[in-house]
Design a protein around this ligand. Sequence first.
Ligand code: SAM
Ligand code: FES
Length: 347
Amino acid sequence: MIHLIEDLYKNKDLPDAQLKEIIESGEFEQELFEKADGIRQSYYGTDIYIRGLIEFTNYCKNNCYYCGIRRDNRKVKRYRLSKDEILDCCKQGYELGFRTFVLQGGEDGAFSDELICDIVSEIKKIYPDCAVTLSLGEKSHDSYNAYFNAGADRYLLRHETANAEHYRALHPDSMSLENRKKCLWNLKEIGYEVGSGFMVGSPYQTTECLIEDLRFLQELQPDMIGIGPYISHQNTPLCDHKNGDLHLCLRLIAIIRLMFPDALIPATTALGTVDKRGRELGLAAGANVVMPNLSPVNVRKQYELYDNKICVYEGAAQCRGCLENRVESIGYHMVTNIGSKNRVKKT
Ligand code: SAM
Ligand code: FES
């Protein structure tokens, strides 16, 4: 196993059979994490980037079988933030040192392209030293283009799973893996810094699915790669399926770091939800981004993608402070610059 870790480190790749071994085996996990942490340090030192997450709407026209804010979940109290409320979140975030704002939401028709462009351009006008990241789901090429021209810098769209059959088991017929992938290629072509990724341990996922995910990421070469454990939500069709495994998720973070040495990889809220120290463990396994929540506290609980989501009662400053303590506790440093990809090795 040790030689497989070494091969993965040297070649940034392994044949499927060997990838399968590393994904499935907890043996030599520590060595895997240390190797990944080492390569991350050679690109990023001890820097951990922060992104201010603004969950601006929980309305969604889609019905993903795993997602707590899916259209058919009638138990969610729906909300959308106004432009002014979003700008208030940015103001508070800027004062706390954030230089990237991530606007994430369900696919909400009330936010027309004009309105999104207006919000993006206003943020860029007030904070020209900041990056704006959008995560609004699947849109047309023209829409993506319009947001980009309005000043959006980055876009997060997880492919969720690269296996078509698995995709079908997680989504209704109105959605397709083909379109998801097309969106990602469009975003790249337009010039966004693109983030993709998948859930770990989602229902019906096999190791072969995970290998397909890694192969798709190799094709796409995204700048950001976000993965996190699947966590069930009581009001979804997949509520009876068990949560993704923390250790499997950590091993995948480490493998992704070794395959994509300069990628921006978040230690996600979902990781912190399945284990109290999940985010610290994620950083130690190769992640280098954290995303404190900047959404107003009165709506946080309503953006419940899965049960028992953490950070729903803390304010922005508290969330940032908590994460800073966690980052410092394991010897890293939270930095407040714009945090783009470091393409050149430092050492
Ligand atoms: N609508 C946008 C989209 O489709 O990309 C952004 C919002 S969506 C809720 C953000 C991400 O949440 C998804 O890409 C998915 O991977 C994750 N997610 C949704 N439900 C989840 C669950 N039950 N457990 C873990 N992650 C989940
Ligand atoms: Fe749309 Fe989850 S189903 S955000």
